[in-house]
Ligand binder design. Sequence first.
Ligand code: 4AD
Ligand code: MG
Length: 461
Amino acid sequence: MRRTQVVDALNAQSPAAELKVCGWVRTRRDSKGFSFLELNDGSCLNNIQVIVDETVPTYPVIKDVNTGASVEILGELVESPGKGQKWEIRCTELKLLGVADAETFPLQKKRHSDEFLRTIAHLRPRTNKYGAAFRIRSEAAYAIHTFYRERGFFYVHTPILTGSDCEGAGEMFRVTTLPVEGAQKPESGDFFENDFFGRESNLTVSGQLEAELLAMGLGKVYTFGPTFRAENSNTPRHAAEFWMIEPEVAFADIHDDMDLGEEMTKYVVKHVMEHCADDLNLFASFVDKELMGRLETLVKEPFARVTYTEAIDILLAAKKDWEYPVTWGCDLQTEHERYLAEEHFRKPVIVRDYPKEIKAFYMRLNEDGKTVAAMDVLVPRIGELIGGSQREERLDVLESRIREMGQNTEDYWWYLDTRRFGTVPHAGFGMGFERLLMMLTGITNIRDVIPFPRTPNNIEF
Ligand code: 4AD
Ligand code: MG
């Protein structure tokens, strides 16, 4: 017999004479001659109640059906006389699939701290909170693909192994097959001549440069894949491995880019609010009481939009005791970004036209010669959710920007070719998927929205 998922059993329209459900036992309560099991199979937040009585042939095994054990249940779906649930299962056959020793199984029926649960990331998908987080993660990914598909974008795959540094920030993980010990620099030439690719190679920090090449042929594309950064910042918002969504649009400028970022953010939030109500409600009840209000504002109200220069004026007028002092030309830190979104505008804000010195070489130089057409979407509680820009499409300006940033134009010959042949204005951005999930759930640490987080000194599992 085919297994019925708990979510379908709970949403049944009518009773069923026979069904099979499988899952992990959350709790067992014993009475004289029968037991209640709360069974969860991960398909939704709620458990289904199962009644096993002594007429079930395997009833004696019930004493080993502890929290964490896995079982297969055959039974009848009947209306539940109990409060808070419509259906329950009267078990006719019980099979204990796997025991979980009550002394050693770490997930007992109490609330555990996030810190503790990180040390058992292999088991935490079985808790309410992480089950909900990872179901929301799945639904948000689905919404992103739907959003782009509905708008005629193509989903492209950009390389994970790369020979270039998109952000020029030098925060890359090296990829090599050279022996760790005794690696010798050749007498003449490059250290990496003997390496797998015959030159230095790394894990990608962004798929943008290749996405631009694809947009120059396909018009509107997006990537959605893993990216890697070796920045040694042990913060609640940075992971060494994270997923990024990067749309790239030909014949578009910075304003189109901001519109797309705002529209996409709203679409995904709305979709998750509609399709993950139970899971979201868990976060709204236990993690962040202001979550729903914030998400509703986000969907309903237009994002604020200011220039970097205006943002600096707002920060200066705030007269706060900043950890990082504010002056025109400084990079915005999380404390500044959060002040703008959380306290000043009290909703998402898009800041554009940043000083060129603090941004990457590929951003389009503005008429003032001092700023570039960059835009960041900042949101309450998190700070930067999206970073993007209109790209420099003028060959000569781009070449001199590459040189200015201390890089070699030869390394980018293929990138520059798109400006040499049929160049067009174009724009794109990158949204950190985990940052989006933090915003959606109210979870404050990036380690808790990614199943197996990679951060400095942490690569377990
Ligand atoms: O602002 P970033 O560095 O922009 C880029 O990489 C561009 N090439 C994107 C583009 O225009 N196609 O990163 C984009 C976003 C950030 O806004 C942030 O949400 C997220 O990626 N991000 C991180 N998320 C988690 N951990 C990290 N270490 C992150 N670094 C950036
Ligand atoms: Mg950025």
